[in-house]
Design a protein around this ligand. Structure first.
Ligand SMILES: Cc1cc2nc3c(=O)[nH]c(=O)nc-3n(C[C@H](O)[C@H](O)[C@H](O)COP(=O)(O)OP(=O)(O)OC[C@H]3O[C@@H](n4cnc5c(N)ncnc54)[C@H](O)[C@@H]3O)c2cc1C
Length: 341
């Protein structure tokens, strides 16, 4: 993974598309000099920064476009009631404006397996999911099932495009729209029933927290292994209390490898690895600071650390030593982390 470009880039909005009454897509121009930095995999997201009411606001938005089709680079943003960035983008960002954007990142991507793909999307969760579906249709011959839940018909984003993809898929893509206004909330038993005979599939889930919990419960009823399930969480979760025993940690120093430099920083109790790096004047990559986005991931070369929240790294990645530095509290005398790994 390329982790050396940590700068915000000014990108120009070249088109704004009304998708639903509360959702717009923003097509961004990627100048030739940034083509390499903005190469992305279906399902990934970018971090956007804007100054809103004198405050610097940073939020993540996934690409709804696919890098494997002719799509221009596009993100899709749904208004969140009283939300700062989503309303600002929907209200004010127009063609010709520019916005600061970090290079794409994220682990919610199409994994190379032969298994069918079953995707559960809710509301704006369709954004990375439609990207994955377009890539799966374009680059594989896998069977794909999409279950897309919304409050009512007016909230369905990409209704026509999904229908067009289904029609052109030669029977490979099946669509199940679930509208709460007609059927109430989806429950775990209905999820399990929709999966039917493809419980051996790979599952991609993105949507509101309670919806994702329901889908996970449905998949558990079918005995689906966690290694088959890939989840993107949009919701910010409040970090849980520090793990018991942290106050006993004896960490003295943290060695930080960033952009081919090695810096040793004295550790202050209670700081995360990201806090420690920033306190020393370093500028490591970070975005959500809630353990959701993986922008701040680094490899733990030596020592141990405990993550308060991890909504982004898979168990395999954690086993191989990756940590979300915004959530990682060192727990050994010396800790060495590598942002360049
Ligand atoms: C990896 C990732 C990818 C994402 N991709 C997309 C995408 O493709 N499309 C998309 O639409 N969204 C996406 N999101 C969600 C997006 O990043 C934002 O979280 C979302 O748009 C809300 O941001 P906001 O600034 O509008 O709202 P915020 O200002 O962050 O507010 C969110 C909610 O919290 C409430 N709130 C805010 N501050 C407080 C407070 N102090 N106390 C109590 N309540 C408060 C607000 O009222 C509002 O209801 C993604 C998120 C992640 C992590």
């Amino acid at each position: 993974m390329e982790l050396h470009d940590h700068e915000y880039h000014d990108l120009t909005v070249v088109d704004v598309i009304d998708e639903t009454p509360d959702t717009r897509s923003f097509v961004l121009e990627i100048p030739p000099a940034l083509h390499e930095a903005f190469t992305y995999a279906a399902g990934q997201f970018c971090t956007f920064r804007a100054t809103i009411e004198d405050e610097s606001v940073v939020r993540c938005y996934s690409m709804s476009s696919s890098p494997d089709t002719d799509d221009p680079f596009t993100t899709t943003v749904k208004r969140v009631p009283d939300g700062l960035m989503s309303n600002w983008m929907n209200d004010t960002l127009e063609s010709g404006d520019s916005i600061e954007v970090l290079r794409p990142t994220g682990l919610f991507v199409l994994h190379e397996h032969d298994r069918p793909v079953v995707a559960f999307a809710g509301g704006s969760g369709i954004t990375p999911v439609i990207s994955i579906i377009k890539s799966a249709l374009a680059t594989t011959d896998r069977r794909i099932v999409l279950v897309y839940a919304n409050r009512g018909p007016e909230a369905v984003i990409f209704a026509d495009e999904l229908e067009r993809l289904r029609g052109a898929s030669g029977g490979r893509l099946s669509l199940h729209h679930h509208l709460d206004s007609e059927l109430g909330f989806l429950d775990a038993a209905q999820c399990a029933a929709l999966v039917g005979d493809v419980s051996f599939a790979d599952f991609y889930i993105c949507g509101p927290g309670p919806y994702m919990d329901t889908v996970e419960a449905g998949l558990a009823m079918l005995g689906v292994e966690s290694s088959q399930v890939f989840i993107e969480r949009f919701v910010v979760q409040v970090p849980t209390a520090a793990p018991a025993g942290r106050e006993d940690a004896v960490t003295e120093s943290v060695v930080i490898k960033l952009e081919q430099q090695e810096t040793t920083v004295r550790y202050e109790a209670g700081d995360t690895i990201l806090d420690t790096a920033r306190r020393s004047g370093l500028r490591p990559p970070f975005s959500c600071e809630q353990g959701n986005c993986a922008t701040c991931m680094a490899h733990l070369d030596e020592g141990t650390a405990t993550m308060r929240v991890n909504n982004a790294l898979s168990p395999d990645e954690v086993d191989s030593g990756w940590v979300l530095t915004c959530q990682a509290l060192p727990s050994s005398a010396k800790v060495v982390v590598d942002y360049d790994a």
